[in-house]
Design a binder for this molecule. Structure first.
Ligand code: ZN
Ligand code: ZN
Ligand code: ZN
Length: 374
């Protein structure tokens, strides 16, 4: 891909940590505790090469500068990944009680949001030591932490989407009939890497009746002429996610296949047109669902319309009934309605969409019509 991403700067990370601390404070919390995972990577640019049983802990609060506690042997790597102008690093040595060392950085009566990727053993260790403190899940209290992307992040999301589109452009030129789902899935994985992904997260190939199970990945079923095939694939490129679905037909579709595909396409289009700043996430779900329900297939649309995406391929916000949070420019999420006819076939069409001041903008732009493959 043409884009070479601009590295995130120390100022980007400082601003993110400041905002996280302020958001926690606005939520009535004293701070945030972050262990290795997407939150730590987003906040500091640091991802330990091995996520180990040894405690690595970032402490954010409005009362003090960010502090990062690392195992002594990880300190050189941590210092080269996160400059001292970004965070104050301290360490603990094998043989120390890491929770006791961490306790010196913490307020024993405070309330903290804790990143969801924190291992239970670490949280239990902190709870044992700080029995007057309270701990809450980041996803429960600060779900929008990483939801709004800046220009640099959006450029990476756009590149990941364009790469996924290039993969679709290639896969439809290959033969489907007579090959196994796993063969097509292997091609998708190889193409994602060829077009620049550093990580492949999923390659769904749901042929015929397998397409009616939205969580089917790929199995050893041989694809036949006359099958509908749900393709849903994605991963990470420049650290940001792609996720797109198209449903193709091997040879000529039946009239029911065409009808169902048209309905899903109309639902996807309607939901896309509903995107604008300030609209509730659940309204995007409702819009897609209305089209499918009015066409008589409401019972066959068995999942939410979409999920947020960024440094992970599934994250808040969710386009689902009950999600009243409004969309905000810079948010990125999927719009992926589907209809699933048990024992027969499924259809899903999915694009990643970002919110702009004027409405939605798609990062996936391949043909949403029913593509016929061999
Ligand atoms: Zn799922
Ligand atoms: Zn998907
Ligand atoms: Zn998705």
């Amino acid at each position: 891909m043409a884009l070479t991403p601009i590295p995130f700067t120390a100022e980007d990370f400082r601003a993110r940590m400041r905002r996280a601390a302020l958001d926690a404070s606005a939520e009535g919390l004293d701070g945030m505790l972050v262990t290795p995972g997407p939150d730590l990577l987003w906040l500091t640019g640091y991802q330990p090469t091995a996520i180990t049983e040894r405690l690595t802990l970032l402490v954010l609060g409005t009362d003090a500068d960010p502090r990062l506690l690392v195992p002594e042997l990880e300190r050189p790597d941590a210092e080269s990944a996160v400059g001292s102008e970004v965070v104050t690093i301290s360490d603990w040595r094998d043989g120390d009680d890491p929770y006791e060392v961490a306790g010196r950085l913490l307020d024993p009566t405070a309330s903290y949001a804790v990143s969801d990727s924190t291992w239970a053993m670490h949280l239990l260790g902190l709870q044992r030591l700080l029995d007057g403190a309270q701990f809450y899940s980041v996803t429960e209290r600060l779900p929008m932490l990483r939801a709004v992307k800046d220009e640099n992040e959006l450029a990476r999301m756009a590149a990941a989407g364009a790469a996924a589109d290039a993969v679709f452009g290639e896969i439809v030129k290959t033969r489907f009939s007579g090959r196994k789902e796993t063969d097509v899935a292997a091609d998708l994985a190889r193409l994602l890497r060829e077009f620049g992904h550093e990580q492949v997260d999923f390659t769904v190939v749901g042929s015929g009746p397998n397409g009616a199970n939205p969580h089917h990945e790929a199995g050893d079923r041989t694809i036949l002429t006359g099958d509908m095939v749900v393709l849903d694939f994605g991963g990470l490129m420049y650290g940001y996610g792609s996720d797109t679905s198209r449903t193709v037909c091997v040879g000529e579709p039946t009239s029911q296949m065409r009808e169902v595909h048209d309905i899903v396409r109309a639902a996807q289009q309607a939901a896309f047109e509903a995107v604008r700043p300030g609209v509730e996430c659940q309204e995007i779900d409702r819009t897609a669902r209305r089209v499918i329900t009015e066409a008589g297939y409401g019972e066959r649309f068995i999942h939410r319309t979409g999920h947020g995406i960024g440094m992970t391929t599934h994250e808040p916000p969710y386009m689902v009934a009950g999600e009243e949070r409004p969309t905000v420019p810079g948010m990125c999420f999927s719009i992926e309605p589907g209809i699933y006819i048990p024992g027969s076939f499924g259809v899903r069409i999915e694009d990643i969409v970002t919110v702009t001041a004027d409405g939605g903008k798609r990062f996936n732009n391949t043909d949403r019509g029913l593509v016929i493959v061999e």
